[in-house]
Write a protein of this length. Structure first.
Length: 185
């Protein structure tokens, strides 16, 4: 939420080129399911066509798991943890992040997110995600179409991922950093 206000301020004072501002009201965006994380929901908040391609903002809710180990070749990514605890791996280093934390990952740096909710009994983790420049908003739209048609079509998923500069990497061997200790059963 804080990031959106900063970006709207920057738009108004002219740091981001363009003549209009975009205001997205709370709970005003449609939710979409995307692969490869069927336990997640995304909401577009500010799309690339609203920022002249400068950035995109969306919010994600992860019930469990999270984006696997991957890297972006076309965009930098900034995460703001709205609510919850997550475990990140960035460039081989694992660490915890929780409500109020920011995590910045530049392009060409490997990353992954782990959400721990083995019984799906807790509320989802909410994360605001910004990408510079825009483009991933279109990726989410294309992946959502596959999710709704054929969730097992890994060939189509890989083609779309490559189109947007997302490279899947080997699975992570997650360490127990006690990120989720208060949630253990």
């Amino acid at each position: 939420m804080h990031i959106v206000f900063v970006l709207l301020f920057c738009t108004v004072i002219g740091i981001v080129s363009g003549k209009s501002i975009t205001i997205t009201k709370k709970n005003s965006s449609a939710s979409i399911h995307t692969l490869p994380f069927p336990n997640s929901v995304f909401q577009h908040k500010i799309r690339g066509n609203e920022t002249n391609g400068t950035f995109v903002v969306f919010e994600a809710e992860y019930l469990n798991e999270g984006p696997g180990h991957h890297l972006h070749t076309k965009d930098d990514e900034l995460f703001y943890i709205i609510d919850g605890n997550v475990q990140f791996i960035v460039n081989g280093s694992q660490f915890c992040a929780s409500t109020g934390d920011y995590v910045y990952v530049p392009r060409f740096v490997s990353q992954g997110i782990r959400v721990y909710n083995p019984t799906n009994s807790m509320k989802p983790v909410k994360i605001q995600i910004m990408l510079f420049p825009s483009g991933l908003d279109n990726f989410l739209d294309e992946i959502a179409l596959i999710y709704n048609q054929d969730r097992t079509n890994s060939t189509a998923i890989n083609i779309i991922s490559q189109k947007y500069g997302i490279i899947g990497l080997e699975p992570v061997q997650w360490k127990d950093l006690h990120c989720f200790e208060k949630f253990s059963t």
